[in-house]
Design a protein around this ligand. Structure first.
Ligand SMILES: Cc1cc2nc3c(=O)[nH]c(=O)nc-3n(C[C@H](O)[C@H](O)[C@H](O)COP(=O)(O)OP(=O)(O)OC[C@H]3O[C@@H](n4cnc5c(N)ncnc54)[C@H](O)[C@@H]3O)c2cc1C
Length: 501
């Protein structure tokens, strides 16, 4: 049995980041990871000559003042090599008009918007105002939702006068903003927003919180921006692992946490984790739990009234999405007319397809070839309950459907594929151990966004949550922000009151 000050469950970006910060602050930290490698949804896998990014393919927060960069600077480790995405994405509504190019330079993006969506200036200006306000707020490291006086003091400290104005929109949706600006009948703009918002908030304009949606619509522009990592997404996790080595934190791979239980006698949490060979137990004062909160239903091994109530709160959360992801490879010359790394297009049957193409020679495919990853959302129940033969049949059907959609969109032939395979929610469940293969955290609708979401500080002392279901939400940048928040809470609970970066 091992005694550690802090046990972090999961070595995805949330777990690695919180562990690296806490370890740098001097806590003794052990991370328990069920997989043989780190990264989780932002990891990679190797297949033949190719390296595929499992989930995340683009990164926000690497710019000056970006959350990844601030944390890397604090950890004193170099930021991985990355190039800015310009355009961040090319969105084809497949309505016969020119595809929308989301340019990095603000002026070019404003010109594009004005051309593509005449009469929408007010809407974009309002979004820009909200985004500016959000950015100031987020940079001041608020704690949300608040659960005690310290959290409240951090929230108050983070507020600036501009936040009181944008705060009036706390319960508004993106559709409310469109209405306010007289753009709510612009079908083309709505189609575009629905495609983009679904990617980042898992919701449409009617159900995306205005305060969240306004910011994600500005992620691709200077001075923020989205980045393409050289080599692979694993570079992010590798860098964090380097920091953990420097501070002598321990990562235990191949150990799946089975239960966490508070030992009332010893006043310690007991974390039980097993590999094929044996079960290990870890005693700890604090647990940073980075799995989706839904996993706690299985892992929280106790039946006190508090835990029962907490579990029923988790059970009532809206159902998150799953993903179907096609991992493929193709010769670069077959798609030479396409120069952006990311495309999104609307498809009558499949909805939104998001495409990520690697750079020639960036380490993901042999020279002259590129990896092409396409993802769509799906309901996990459509896959999880199938018998084996129906599952395999459906999987093959969707592999062909998604391939066909890409062949038509990019004018390529079905003979051009050098590699193709499809991941379903079952695959994500196996790879990440997320229940039923749910991905991307909770939808960011006004009812559960920010102040109204799940708190990192749980009702059980010493059990902390972070990851993509916790404020501010999904994405490697989002979970890093939540990792910083939880680290600050733990630091403060242990007498390190003024820690910030
Ligand atoms: C298809 C797809 C595309 C995406 N695209 C982007 C993108 O382009 N950009 C972006 O920023 N984000 C993207 N995201 C979202 C982003 O990948 C996630 O929000 C983020 O990586 C989540 O990190 P996390 O650490 O919270 O969770 P995870 O990555 O899920 O990490 C949790 C870790 O815990 C481990 N674990 C699980 N159960 C146990 C257990 N019982 N015991 C021990 N360990 C356990 C898992 O193996 C995993 O390593 C995408 C996600 C998907 C699925």
């Amino acid at each position: 049995m091992k005694k550690r000050e802090i046990v972090v469950v999961g070595a995805g970006i949330a777990g690695l980041t919180s562990a690296a910060i806490l370890s740098k602050l001097g806590f003794s930290v052990t991370i328990i990871e069920s997989h043989y490698q780190s990264g989780g949804c932002a990891g990679t896998f190797k297949r033949q000559k190719y390296i595929f990014d499992v989930g995340a393919t683009q990164v926000a927060g690497l710019e000056v003042e970006g959350i990844h960069r601030k944390i890397f600077d604090f950890l004193e480790i170099p930021v991985p090599d990355a190039s800015i995405l310009d355009p961040a994405c090319v969105v084809d509504l497949n309505d016969g008009s020119r595809a929308i190019h989301i340019w990095y330079e603000e002026e070019s993006w404003i010109k594009e918007r004005d051309l593509q969506f005449p009469g929408s200036q007010k809407f974009w200006q309002l979004c820009a105002f909200i985004h500016k306000s959000n950015w100031k707020f987020a940079n001041n490291n608020p704690v949300m939702p608040i659960r005690n006086l310290w959290d409240f003091s951090q929230l108050v400290k983070a507020l600036t006068p501009i936040n009181f104005l944008s705060g009036l929109l706390i319960k508004s949706s993106m559709f409310d903003l469109l209405k306010l600006c007289g753009c709510h009948k612009d079908k083309r703009l709505i189609k575009f927003l629905n495609l983009q918002l679904k990617l980042y908030s898992q919701e449409d304009i009617y159900n995306t919180a205005a305060l969240y949606g306004s910011t994600v619509l500005h992620m691709g522009q200077h001075p923020r921006g989205l980045f393409h990592l050289q080599h692979s997404m694993q570079a992010l996790s590798n860098a964090l692992e380097d920091s953990l080595k420097q501070t002598e934190a321990e990562i235990v791979f191949g150990q799946k946490v089975q239960s966490i239980k508070f030992d009332n006698l010893k006043k310690y949490w007991k974390v039980s984790a097993s590999s094929n060979k044996k079960t290990n137990e870890y005693l700890t004062k604090e647990i940073v739990y980075t799995l989706p909160p839904q996993s706690l239903l299985q892992h929280l091994d106790e039946n006190s009234e508090t835990i029962k109530q907490y579990k029923s709160q988790i059970k009532s959360l809206p159902k998150p999405n799953g993903a179907l992801v096609l991992y493929s490879a193709i010769e670069r010359k077959k798609i030479n007319q396409f120069t952006a790394n990311h495309y999104q297009f609307s498809h009558q049957e499949l909805g939104s397809l998001f495409i990520s193409i690697s750079n020639n020679g960036d380490g993901r495919a042999p020279l002259g070839q590129v990896t092409l990853i396409a993802s769509i959302f799906t309901q996990t129940n459509d896959w999880i309950d199938l018998d084996k033969s129906s599952y395999l049949k459906k999987k093959e059907e969707f592999l062909l459907k998604i391939s066909k959609a890409i062949e038509i969109q990019f004018a390529i032939s079905s003979d051009d594929w050098l590699h193709r395979e499809l991941a379903t929610p079952l695959g994500f469940q196996r790879w990440t151990n997320r229940p039923n293969g749910i991905v991307g955290g909770l939808g960011q609708n006004p009812k559960i966004f920010g102040l109204f979401g799940i708190a990192s500080r749980t009702p059980m002392q010493g059990l902390w949550l972070c990851g993509d279901s916790i404020y501010p939400g999904e994405g490697t940048a989002g979970v890093s922000q939540s990792a910083l928040m939880v680290s600050r809470q733990i630091a403060s609970a242990n007498g390190l009151n003024n820690f910030t970066i």
